[in-house]
Design a protein around this ligand. Structure first.
Ligand SMILES: Cc1cc2nc3c(=O)[nH]c(=O)nc-3n(C[C@H](O)[C@H](O)[C@H](O)COP(=O)(O)O)c2cc1C
Length: 206
């Protein structure tokens, strides 16, 4: 709505702020409301992935949306959650993801295809964040089992999956001190250490 009311230079400014805001606010979410995500929204996320940068523009990545309840239940069993949380934790039955997007790679022998997959994945989680939907990129998964459940053709490799759903947990960034391990406090808020900008950034010299 605002977009139509504003002049073009300002429009560009508004869009840039939105993307940066989504980058800042996005956290991995592992507890979800049991409210469905519309198929149009899920398709929108895949469209965001489709338009990601691609090495030599080869576009080797395909996307498999899962929002069927039975399939979601089967996929859930293939996932390892939040490795730093002890004792071992998985989302309770009333907080499981309501959809997944499976990232499929046509040729895993090419390093750059894995970069393509990562860029597509980031587009999905940011597009989801912009819509108020939580996500978690998952690589601790049983890829062969997922292929079997979803009857994915042999020539496609499961790169990763993204769990999706309206958020049912809060996650906040903390300054990294001496450990990268995230933790949950007594109110179940997740705290995620991130290294400081000054410790990671070099300008013109080390
Ligand atoms: C490549 C990749 C693989 C990941 N795999 C898992 C996973 O298997 N299980 C899980 O619970 N989280 C997984 N995560 C989420 C990370 O734990 C999370 O990104 C990290 O703790 C930082 O938190 P943040 O995403 O909120 O910034 C993965 C993230 C990435 C980028």
């Amino acid at each position: 709505m605002i977009i139509y009311l504003l002049s073009l230079p300002f429009l560009v400014f508004v869009v840039n702020v939105d993307v940066y805001d989504a980058i800042l606010s996005r956290r991995s979410i592992r507890r979800f409301q049991q409210k469905p995500i519309s198929i149009d929204l899920l398709k929108k996320f895949v469209n965001a992935a489709r338009l990601a940068p691609s090495a030599a523009n080869l576009q080797p990545i395909e996307y498999f949306i899962v929002d069927d309840k039975n399939l979601c239940a089967e996929i859930f069993e293939t996932i390892g959650w939040a490795g730093y949380i002890k004792p071992k934790w998985t989302p309770p039955v009333n907080e499981r993801p309501v959809a997944y997007i499976v990232i499929l790679n046509k040729d895993t022998s090419k390093d750059w295809n894995i970069r393509d997959a990562s860029l597509s994945t980031e587009n999905i989680v940011l597009a989801a964040e912009a819509e108020g939907i939580g996500s978690c990129i998952l690589l601790n998964i049983d890829k062969e089992k997922i292929k079997e459940i979803l009857k994915i053709p042999d020539d496609l490799y499961v790169d990763s999956i993204i769990a999706l759903g309206f958020k049912a947990e809060e996650s906040v960034v903390e300054d990294y001190v001496d450990s990268v391990k995230y933790w949950r406090d007594e109110k179940q808020v997740l705290h995620v250490p991130k290294k400081k900008l000054a410790d990671l950034m070099h300008i013109n010299e080390f």
